[in-house]
Design a protein around this ligand. Sequence first.
Ligand SMILES: Cc1cc2nc3c(=O)[nH]c(=O)nc-3n(C[C@H](O)[C@H](O)[C@H](O)COP(=O)(O)OP(=O)(O)OC[C@H]3O[C@@H](n4cnc5c(N)ncnc54)[C@H](O)[C@@H]3O)c2cc1C
Length: 459
Amino acid sequence: MKEFDLIIIGAGRASNLAAKAGKLGLKVALIEKSSLGGTCPNRGCVPSKLLIGYANKIREIKESKTHFIKSKIEHIDIEKIFKETNKYIDSIDENYQKKFNENVIIFRGEGKFIANKIVEVNNEKLTAPTIIIATGTRPAKVPYEKAWSSDNIFPLKDKIPNSITIVGAGFIACELTNFFDAIGIKTKQLVRSNTLLSNEDEEISSIFKEEYCKNIDVEFETNIKEVKYQNEKFYITLEKNDGTIKEHISEALLYATGRVSNADKLGLENTDIELNKKGFIKRDEFFQTKVKGVYVVGDASGEHMLQHAAAYEINHLSKILFENEKEPLKFKYMPHAVFSFPEIASVGLTEQKAKELNINYITTTTNWLASAKALSLKIKYPRTKFILNPKTYEILGCHLIGFESATMIHQVLAIMHINNDIRHLKEMLYIHPALSEALLPAAVEAVAKIQEYKKSHKK
Ligand SMILES: Cc1cc2nc3c(=O)[nH]c(=O)nc-3n(C[C@H](O)[C@H](O)[C@H](O)COP(=O)(O)OP(=O)(O)OC[C@H]3O[C@@H](n4cnc5c(N)ncnc54)[C@H](O)[C@@H]3O)c2cc1C
């Protein structure tokens, strides 16, 4: 049995913790069955956003007529787009290896628990007083042979298709569909319900739907009844909720219908570690599983499934382990963005969640057109929606749709993080006429509505 100070299973975001522990002089075993770096740089956030960069440029050119510019795209070198993205992915493992000093031993293989504190990898048994499970998730199994999940395009090893059908209505589906459509591949999106991005605030997702569907061919209320793969094509029979049958042919079929826990392959039946109903590993507020000294962080907990959440958690776990941190991490506001067209950014409660929780709230929705910079973009749909506590001025939720929403939301996040009071957003200084200034009228409206509420509730 090989003894270590720390074992980490999964070299995604937890690679950083392995590197830090190594620098502190700890003997670390880092177990990874695929490429170092994990989902985000290899087959997630980064390569998908590299693709979105191409889509955004193309959309801008296509929409240039709004600025009285007549333009025509002569050629899109799709092969080069994928070649560049694949090249980026190819560099990740090697770059991650450089993070670690000689104290970090990398085991290339699948780690499995054979007892509470013993992990087996490649027939070797390892033990340590502290073990971190950071095994992330994988795409849900695709129901047809030859169909793809997002893993098949990062890197894209198959032939670039001339047409693609994408199943799903979440953020991965909407980001990838926008990309394939923008670069000129014949694209269709299949959605079971009548909504896209159902986790977003309904007011925002309905604006998204209206704008998105101006470019994208989405078949709502549709299920796949049958699929046949012949002569390198998918022959898909679609069934609408009203019973209508439609035939559709596509060279590629990609499922972006969710991700599942990797805990089923960890041999947890040999331990006292418990899973929740969805198959994710249970933990306490210090990230500890039912086994003392065994922690779970990042997507493996099934809580946030975002890279910045994993990074935040792993940073805090590092403080708990190496800096005597005694407080749990307070994750009151977890932001996220959808980098599609249009872009969305969101933090905190949606209006439907506030209703469900039966809390006292008010909302304001303000357009961005008071900002000259926003006006210069010549798009009318951008909105800021606030969900507010009318008694305390606390921002309970903020939802943006529009150009650079993911950047714009950071000033709201800063206020929510430091001293959550919408009045700070009203009183702060904005550079005129920066795009961020679009948040000022939203804050003014929100504060006025709260003051009105306070007046009417005094009586
Ligand atoms: C297409 C796509 C786009 C995304 N876009 C964004 C985005 O824009 N913003 C954002 O915040 N998030 C995004 N995400 C989510 C983000 O990638 C994840 O939240 C993040 O990677 C989680 O990090 P992690 O370290 O917890 O897990 P991972 O990065 O998944 O790392 C887990 C590692 O564990 C390894 N592993 C699993 N089981 C074992 C085992 N038994 N033995 C050894 N190794 C094992 C895996 O191979 C993997 O390398 C996206 C995801 C996808 C798929």
